[in-house]
Design a protein around this ligand. Structure first.
Ligand SMILES: Nc1ncnc2c1ncn2[C@@H]1O[C@H](COP(=O)(O)OP(=O)(O)OP(=O)(O)O)[C@@H](O)[C@H]1O
Ligand SMILES: [Mg+2]
Length: 356
């Protein structure tokens, strides 16, 4: 067994998010009065289909993008934290007797894992963490067990290694999002306490939904929807390559008809998707409303999406910025960071693992 999903003793490191459209990196340091400071960040685009459904399909392309991102960082740090997509991880909460020795816990974790993991145990890596006392029974503690196929972990290690980097933490994307959320929650009244917040991360191909109540995750879903649809439409309408369309999306320069005939309809369909996800959440759980929607992922940077979503859902909607309370190193421009921040949630959450 290998225990590192919940590794608690960590050296300086860089957070590395390997996702379908790019490799994103964030390095943080501790600034004055315990506040964090962002040292540098980088986004290196990936060609289409190098990462599919969170799996590395082209090790060569991904390794090369990791290398490009690392060069852009201008750092010397070679240790990295990476994350697995939630679909690659099976996790389960179990109860264990209080006060067990580490070895006895490991044995029991193995026995539990044997029951619910559909693979042979030598094909998986397992990790566990004690969450705290069981609210229901005073003699027991709640333990979370997480397991993933070894090959999923090895692919990410190999991509880092191809760029001369070493993985020291293997996290899960949803945990990293939640870690970054704890900082972005400073944007909310009362820092999100006692409230229900739906984080909607709209990336290139996927919409990742994570609902937190009183800052604890209560619901996770994914659905197919993302900015690649907008890129494809730009390509089709204006006869551009996908690289050109990506640049135009961020920097502008498209004909006037783009705004009204392509961008607005996309923003409206994004708002409809969010409203649908919200309705699905409220109708399938004990919760009948959310207090805030926090938009993340690259598509949250489209001007006006927050307004479109709040109009459609009647829920206060903000764009995530995990760096809201951080100081910035001299080489980072506030204006660029503000635009990239929503897509850096996972990389930021991973970079935070250094401070646990
Ligand atoms: N400033 C911007 N304006 C418009 N769209 C943007 C902007 N920045 C990024 N995007 C779009 O956001 C998408 C990438 O977002 P993100 O980096 O969150 O995706 P990802 O994490 O790679 O994808 P996934 O989560 O689906 O694997 C792309 O479609 C990109 O074109
Ligand atoms: Mg993403």
């Amino acid at each position: 067994m290998k225990f590192d999903f919940f590794n608690e003793h960590t050296p300086p490191l860089i957070g590395v998010d390997i996702s379908s459209s790019s490799v994103k990196m964030v390095e943080l340091s501790e600034g004055i009065k315990g506040a964090y400071r962002i040292e540098s960040y980088a986004i290196a685009p990936l060609v289409k289909d190098a990462v599919v459904d969170g799996n590395i399909a082209s090790l060569e392309q991904v390794g090369e993008a990791v290398k490009r991102a690392w060069k852009l960082m201008g750092t010397r740090e070679k240790r990295v934290a990476v994350a697995l997509p939630v679909a690659a991880v099976i996790s389960k909460k179990v109860l264990m007797q209080k006060g067990l020795r580490e070895e006895d816990m490991e044995l029991q974790v193995e026995a539990e894992a044997n029951q619910y993991i559909p693979f042979s145990l030598d094909e998986v890596n397992i990790d566990f963490q004690v969450l705290g006392d069981s609210p229901a029974s005073p003699d027991e503690v709640e333990v979370i067990i997480a397991a993933s196929r070894k090959e999923k972990i090895q692919d990410r290690e190999a991509a880092a290694e191809a760029a001369g980097l070493k993985v020291v933490i293997m996290d899960v994307e949803t945990y990293a999002t939640e870690a970054a959320y704890r900082l972005a929650a400073n944007q909310l009244p009362n820092a999100g306490r006692d409230q229900t917040v739906m984080i909607v991360d709209v990336g290139a191909v996927m919409m990742h939904i994570n609902v937190l109540h009183n800052n604890q995750s209560v619901y996770i879903r994914e659905q197919n929807f993302g900015g690649a649809q907008l890129t494809t439409e730009i390509q089709r309408r204006f006869g551009l390559s996908s690289e050109e369309a990506e640049v135009a999306k961020r920097k502008g320069g498209l004909p006037d008809s783009y705004e009204s005939e392509v961008l607005r309809p996309f923003v409206q369909s994004m708002a409809i998707e969010v409203a649908r996800a919200l309705q699905f959440f409220t109708s399938s759980t004990q919760f009948n409303r959310v207090d805030h929607i926090m938009l993340a992922g690259g598509c949250a940077s489209i001007p006006g999406v927050d307004l479109a979503v709040s109009e459609r859902t009647s829920v206060n909607t903000i764009v995530a910025n995990p760096f809201v309370s951080m100081s910035l190193s001299a080489k980072i421009k506030q204006q660029y960071l503000a635009q990239d921040a929503p897509s850096l949630m996972i990389a930021c959450g991973l970079a935070l693992r250094r401070f646990e």
